[in-house]
Design a protein around this ligand. Structure first.
Ligand code: BDP
Length: 712
């Protein structure tokens, strides 16, 4: 009996060891199963040495030891000093002659602070860069090659990030709730900071460094001034200290009215001397805690947030006042262009452009304007924001949403790299052909030295960090694309799957197909043909195209789809809101003429009649029915493909994803049924009988309420 108990305990222990929670992210370092490859790797890794002595080099040593132990299945002792027997030599270029001689002075200069070189010579491989953090990036790159079973002989890699600021914006509140968070509470345990440094902070920093992310804004853009008080700055300092050796700088969101709330001033007018003085002092205080503080991210005069317009000043007045306070400390202002006002009757699509374009050239040199990928709001699909290319004198920073507020939250498997790429590759035609959004944000088009990309984080306290096991791929994709926007979605998915799950070729092949198609599938069952912002009120969970009673016109889905007895869609052409005129003529061409318009954006720019003949030969109504159904059918396809992987992945994550795919299918049907039944009240046409018919009434869908939906 006793023996049986022991056996049972052992069994439980074993399963526990093998259980995969997803906590390790893409840094699992499981043993390489290809034995001949393992042998090859072992030879080349026989004697690694890491040169230098700094907190970052200690991190490199620790990461390398853990990784090699896991990947090779044996303990690795790193050499303590350089010798002729070393096979892998890692360190800053100025650490030793062999490293500095790998590249010319000019080549080293081009690496900047973050770029790295990995070079193989007979019997030896070298990893170097100008800073310890660059070397850390190089080591993570090298480990990725091992993790994804790539050849490591004859390496000759020079990698320099395309963007300097590769950032995450956390929309985390001080009470640990997360605006638009679907993965539990905020990971920042403010109450126990600064004394308690959760291991999660370290693992978060490791994960970020492994994909090149080097900046984080810790707090919600809907900011609370309390974060700027000394008590909280001590907590921020503790996080900044933990992140520093990983090359990560901390930013905070600044509430524009903080001088009133904290400073007891009567105004926050940016042209007021006392207000300027208050910010100068506050900034000085912050730098006394955090000498390399990054700066502020500011949401002003948007959705009820205070801002300079409250005092009849412009966004530039506001941004510049703060920028001047930060300049001598080398801090920057990231001023958000996500603005629209209820009092403004103009199409919401046009408002940010109208506000910001006249300010081009008026910002201080340490201001970046952060622009969402599209003019409305992180929709499943939207055309690129017309501000890209329209403010040549101002560095524009890209803001993507990694957390899936409008793209399936934590129940839908949606890989966002194709969405990010679609925007980055879009041609603004601002200078000439091939003036892509990517070239606007990397500063190459207009010679800006400040440049960057941020993603609204999808990270929370859930054991697997991101809620949906597959949502980690979106965090990964953001980092990889911020480093190099030329990477393909295919490459990113491939890497991530191999590291996060398995190198099994058939697993990677079919699961990658699910990932690469998932965004288009989500568009089909949520917002096909350019439909947008027809989500549920407040929480944005599920469909609610019928909502028309909210205070602000542009909060109502009916504002966006404009369905009526004639047809559906928002006419933004020259006969409508004219939003299309904010784009360059060559860019407009793809959308302007309804007969030739890219149908993916049809209802974004046109109000088309229900019987409008689509390229497929179907009427618009039938095409809508077709796309919604195709979306649902494709989720069934995702399920079938995933079921084939049962033996290829661990039971825990296999089951989690299977269950979530069931939920996703239900949600896809819900979207299809609710939207088609509602739009049918205008089209007055049947849903063709070859499609599955809705099993509930429109009233049923309208009656659904989700008072406790997360993220709201
Ligand atoms: C919207 C979100 C809201 C954010 C806002 C923003 O629904 O929670 O505060 O974006 O970006 O999409 O400021």
């Amino acid at each position: 009996m006793k023996r049986l108990n022991v056996l049972l305990l052992l069994l439980i222990a074993c399963t526990f060891v093998q259980a995969e929670t997803g906590y390790e992210l893409w840094l699992r370092y499981t043993k390489i199963s290809n034995t001949s490859l393992l042998q090859q790797y072992k030879q080349q890794l026989a004697s690694p040495v890491v040169l230098g002595s700094s907190p970052t080099t200690s991190i490199i040593r620790a990461e390398l030891s853990t990784a090699l132990k896991g990947l090779m299945g044996t303990n690795y002792r790193l050499a303590s000093s350089i010798s002729s027997s070393n096979t892998l030599i890692i360190g800053k270029a100025d650490a030793t002659n062999i490293l500095s001689s790998l590249a010319t002075k000019d080549e080293l200069k081009k690496l900047g602070e973050d770029g790295f070189i990995i070079k193989a010579k007979p019997g030896k491989t070298f990893i170097t860069g100008n800073t310890d953090v660059a070397v850390l990036y190089g080591v993570f790159h090298y480990l990725r090659l091992l993790q994804t079973n790539q050849p490591i002989t004859n390496l000759n890699i020079v990698s320099v990030p395309k963007l300097k600021l590769r950032m995450l914006n956390h929309w985390d509140n001080l009470d640990r709730s997360v605006e638009r968070g679907y993965a539990g509470e905020s990971i920042w345990d403010w109450h126990r900071l600064p004394g308690y440094i959760d291991q999660r902070y370290i693992d978060y920093a490791r994960a970020n460094a492994s994909i090149g992310i080097n900046a984080v804004a810790l707090t919600n853009v809907n900011a609370n001034a309390t974060i700027l008080t000394a008590n909280y700055l001590e907590k921020v300092k503790a996080l900044a200290d933990a992140f520093r050796p990983y090359g990560i700088k901390v930013f905070l969101t600044a509430r524009f009215s903080a001088p009133i709330e904290l400073g007891k001033l009567k105004t926050a007018d940016p042209l007021d001397n006392a207000v300027q003085q208050w910010w100068n002092e506050k900034v000085k205080e912050i730098y006394s805690f955090i000498p390399d503080f990054g700066g502020f991210v500011v949401k002003a005069n948007s959705e009820g947030q205070p801002g300079p317009q409250d005092y009849k000043r412009t966004h530039a007045d506001g941004a510049n006042m703060m920028a001047k306070a930060l300049a001598s400390h080398k801090g920057i202002i990231i001023w958000r262009a996500f603005v629209y006002a209820a009092e403004n009757p103009v199409d919401r699509h046009k408002q940010a452009y109208d506000d910001f374009v006249p300010l081009d050239g008026k910002f201080e040199p340490n201001v970046m304007v952060q622009v969402k990928n599209g003019a409305i709001d992180f929709m499943p699909r939207e055309p690129f924001h017309p501000l890209f290319g329209a403010m040549p004198k101002t560095p524009l920073m890209m803001e993507f949403q990694v957390t899936q507020e409008y793209t399936g939250q934590a129940t839908n498997w949606v890989f966002l790299a194709p969405l990010f790429k679609e925007v980055l590759d879009s041609d603004t035609y601002s200078k000439s052909k091939n003036s892509t959004v990517a070239k606007v944000i990397d500063g190459s088009l207009d010679n800006h030295s400040l440049n960057g990309m941020t993603g609204v984080a999808n990270i929370g306290s859930d054991i697997n960090w991101c809620g949906h096991p597959m949502a980690q791929a979106n965090w990964y994709a953001l980092g990889r694309l911020a480093w190099d926007y030329n990477l393909s979605s295919d490459t990113i998915a491939d890497e991530w799957l191999r590291m996060t799950f398995s190198n099994d070729a058939s697993f990677v092949q079919s699961t990658k197909q699910i990932m690469l198609n998932s965004r288009e599938i989500m568009v089909d069952y949520m917002n096909p043909l350019g439909l947008h912002h027809i989500m549920g009120t407040g929480h944005h969970y599920g469909p609610a195209p019928w909502v028309s009673n909210l205070n602000r016109p542009e909060w109502n889905p009916v504002y966006y789809h404009k369905a009526d007895s004639v047809g559906i869609g928002f006419n933004r052409t020259s006969t409508g809101s004219k939003a299309i005129e904010q784009y360059q003529p060559d860019a407009r061409k793809q959308w302007e003429n309804i007969a030739t318009a890219d149908e993916k954006y049809l209802l974004w720019f046109h109000h088309a009649s229900w019987n409008y003949k689509m390229k497929s030969g179907r009427s618009l109504w039938n095409e809508l029915c077709h796309q919604y159904n195709a979306g649902v059918d494709s989720v069934k396809w995702m399920q079938r493909e995933w079921q084939k992987q049962a033996t290829k992945v661990d039971a825990e994550r296999f089951k989690a994803v299977s269950m979530l795919l069931n939920v996703q299918l239900e949600e896809a049907k819900w979207w299809r049924n609710a939207c088609l039944l509602y739009f049918q009240t205008f089209s007055k046409q049947p849903i063709p009988s070859n499609y599955e018919q809705p099993d509930k009434t429109l009233d049923y869908y309208k009656s659904l309420r989700f008072p406790f939906a997360p993220g709201n």
